[in-house]
Design a binder for this molecule. Structure first.
Ligand SMILES: NC(=O)c1ccc[n+]([C@@H]2O[C@H](COP(=O)([O-])OP(=O)(O)OC[C@H]3O[C@@H](n4cnc5c(N)ncnc54)[C@H](O)[C@@H]3O)[C@@H](O)[C@H]2O)c1
Length: 298
């Protein structure tokens, strides 16, 4: 089986830039692709910032930072980048029809023996794989935010994923320094299905006035030992991303817990989509919360 020397990450947003960073740090020549060159450049700048921070904190040698930086480039020419890639990791928005189109296009140009992966949080890997002529080479590689700090890699085995592809995914997780879990292809897998339920209920509690956002978050942090409360975590993920996921899970699973909370819909309509827009359940400045968003109150 061909070793993984070159990779393309498609989608240079919250997840894509972080995934590109960990691939480059693991010695893989990586191209970060987006439809928008400004997003590609912003993604590359965020990687540089993370790597510099690693050096400042003495977690990374300057030579390792420079080598990782040299292995990373940006592009808007997806087909050209994929034509010589051993690995695709797709990190575009959580829309099945967009992902299926991307995998059909990738299948047409990628070399035989390449590994095709999606970072989807909740969508069916089998359905994505079926948009290609090589469903056995397709697997879910679900990373967590921020990618360079979070240990978990949730590997999702589609019904058509071959044992060799699964093994390749597990070997890649080890190479990236991640701890892998393997989950069968079910809506929301192991992580999103539980995490979204908790987040949605926290939003409904805030809507009902049970407690403030920070007290709801403290309840889970101090009472249950979660490193971050569900509302702050939703802000970090992006409320638009969360809404796409919960709408998909509600359509698939039909249980009330996944019905999108009214407050979530309201904030997304206002454009208050979390840390990336400066406002979500909280107001954010320089990566820190500086108060609760008044728009969450009636
Ligand atoms: N945000 C999180 O914390 C998180 C965590 C785990 C998994 N995910 C999943 O990762 C995926 C990406 O989420 P995100 O938060 O990074 O989204 P995002 O909106 O931050 O970034 C998506 C990027 O994809 C680009 N894009 C859209 N269509 C494209 C195309 N056809 N070709 C190339 N680029 C295209 C957009 O321009 C955008 O920059 C989703 O499936 C999401 O569910 C997100």
């Amino acid at each position: 089986m061909k070793s993984i020397d070159t990779a393309v990450v498609v989608g240079a947003g919250t997840m894509g830039h972080g995934i590109a960073q960990v691939l480059a740090m693991a010695g893989i020549a990586t191209t970060l692709v987006d439809v928008d060159d400004a997003v590609v450049q912003r993604g590359l700048a965020r990687v540089k910032e993370n790597l510099d921070k690693g050096v400042d904190k003495k977690k990374l040698e300057p030579a390792a930072r420079d080598a990782a930086g040299a292995r990373l480039r940006g592009s808007t020419a997806m087909a050209e980048a994929l034509a010589t890639a051993d690995l695709l990791i797709e990190a575009i928005p959580e829309r099945m029809e967009w992902k299926r189109k991307l995998f059909t296009d990738a299948d047409a140009v990628m070399p035989a023996g390449a590994l095709l992966a999606s970072n989807t949080s909740s969508l069916s890997i089998t359905a994505i794989a079926r948009s290609t002529k090589r469903p056995e080479d397709v697997v879910g590689l679900h990373f967590f935010n921020p990618v360079h700090l979070m240990k978990l890699l949730e590997i999702v085995k589609g019904t058509l994923t071959s044992p060799a592809t699964l093994q390749r995914a597990q070997d890649l997780a080890t190479r990236l320094g991640k701890t892998a879990i393997v989950v069968n292809d079910a809506p929301g897998f192991a992580t999103s299905r539980l995490g979204i339920c908790l987040g949605n209920e926290a939003m409904r509690m805030l809507e009902e006035g049970v407690a403030s956002a920070s007290d709801i978050d403290q309840a889970m942090k101090l009472g249950y030992g979660h490193p971050m409360g569900p509302l702050a975590l939703s802000d970090l993920v992006g409320l638009d991303v969360r809404m796409n996921i919960t709408e998909g899970l509600f359509a698939e699973l039909g249980t009330d817990g996944f019905r999108a909370p009214r407050l979530l819909k309201r904030l997304v309509t206002l454009g208050d989509v979390g840390q990336k827009s400066g406002r979500g359940f909280y107001v954010w400045e320089n990566g820190e919360t500086v108060g609760e968003n008044p728009a969450t109150r009636r």
